[in-house]
Write a protein that binds this ligand. Structure first.
Ligand SMILES: [Cu+2]
Length: 311
């Protein structure tokens, strides 16, 4: 069906999307043809056999065995074609080619984390090599989520306490959208991301620097602050969002709902990130997700360093 998007489907960019699209168009066109035939026959019969005066009684209908048999046979054949074709595409969609590059996906309210084979944990966007099969092994640490990349035609639920998987091969180096398509709480619609497919070499370079290599702790922390969506709830310029601003936080005195007053030192910042419910700031809801407790220590250190630098 080509690479360009249509009225029905976004442009296709994976090795399976062509098959999915052909199947979709087959079913759509069969439905359109049958719909037109049925409606046309209905309109014709309405005109042709209309009642002309009150009290008119229609002639008894005679069944046509030949016609009835043919509708049964034709629709059975159509259903079998759609089934066999659909089953083949289903197998292709579900069985990853052996040797696919594996990335661990962790969904949480409301972000995606990706763990690479070398241990790098990267939040927000999924970087992959283009023209290479990639298999995602997915898990959620809280509620149901669903991983969907429309341009690849792949979608899979992500569940707590259980792995699900999905695979794709991007047919070109480009950027594609990721959506969470299972309602997962009030920031669900913000649980967006991108798949960034790189040429193989560029991908390797990216992976080498993804762990924050070459960045100062503050710079790495700033990047993580965006990737982990901290900035949807915390401003750095004094604006009040869902949570308090990070501006001037370090070293200030915090009033907690427990009545205590504590100084925002490094330990306070760290515990606010990993166990937000333990010390809730007065005047704010305990709305910070607890999922950041699973961030690797070097990323927590970088976040603390960054928050300290926001003055
Ligand atoms: Cu979600």
């Amino acid at each position: 069906m080509g690479d360009k998007g249509t009225f029905w489907l976004p442009e296709s960019a994976s090795t399976v999307s062509g098959d999915v699209d052909s199947l979709f168009y087959l079913v759509t066109w069969i439905s359109v043809v049958i719909f037109v035939l049925v409606v046309a026959a209905m309109v014709y019969f309405m005109m042709r056999y209309r009642r002309h005066h009150a009290g008119q009684v229609g002639a008894p209908a005679h069944e046509s065995k030949w016609f009835e048999m043919s509708t049964v046979v034709v629709s059975t054949i159509l259903v079998l074609i759609v089934f066999t074709w659909g089953f083949r595409v289903y197998l292709k969609l579900n069985i990853a080619p052996p040797g696919a590059y594996e990335i661990q996906v962790t969904a949480s309210q409301w972000k995606w984390d990706y763990t690479y084979p070398d241990g790098t944990v990267y939040a927000g966007d999924l970087h992959v090599p283009a023209d290479k099969p990639v298999r995602l092994v997915m898990n959620s640490i809280d509620v149901l989520h669903s991983f969907f990349v429309p341009q690849f035609r792949v979608k899979q639920d992500v569940l707590p306490n259980r792995y699900s998987s999905v695979w794709f091969e991007a047919t070109r180096a480009d950027t594609f959208d990721v959506y969470c398509t299972e309602y997962c709480g009030n920031q669900h619609s913000g649980m967006l991301g991108q798949v960034i497919a790189h040429p193989q070499e560029e991908f390797e370079e990216w992976l080498a620097s993804a762990g924050g290599g070459g960045l100062s702790p503050e710079e790495y922390g700033e990047r993580l602050f965006g990737q982990n969506n901290c900035n949807t709830c915390h401003s750095i310029d004094g604006t009040r969002l869902v949570g308090p601003t990070m501006q001037g936080l370090f070293g200030s005195q915090r009033q907690l709902v427990s009545g205590e007053s504590v100084e925002a030192d490094e330990n306070y910042l760290l515990s606010s990130i990993v166990a937000p419910a333990a010390q809730v700031v007065e005047g704010y809801p305990p709305a910070m997700p607890p999922s950041y407790g699973s961030l690797p220590q070097d990323q927590l250190d970088a976040l603390v360093a960054y928050i300290k630098s926001v003055q």
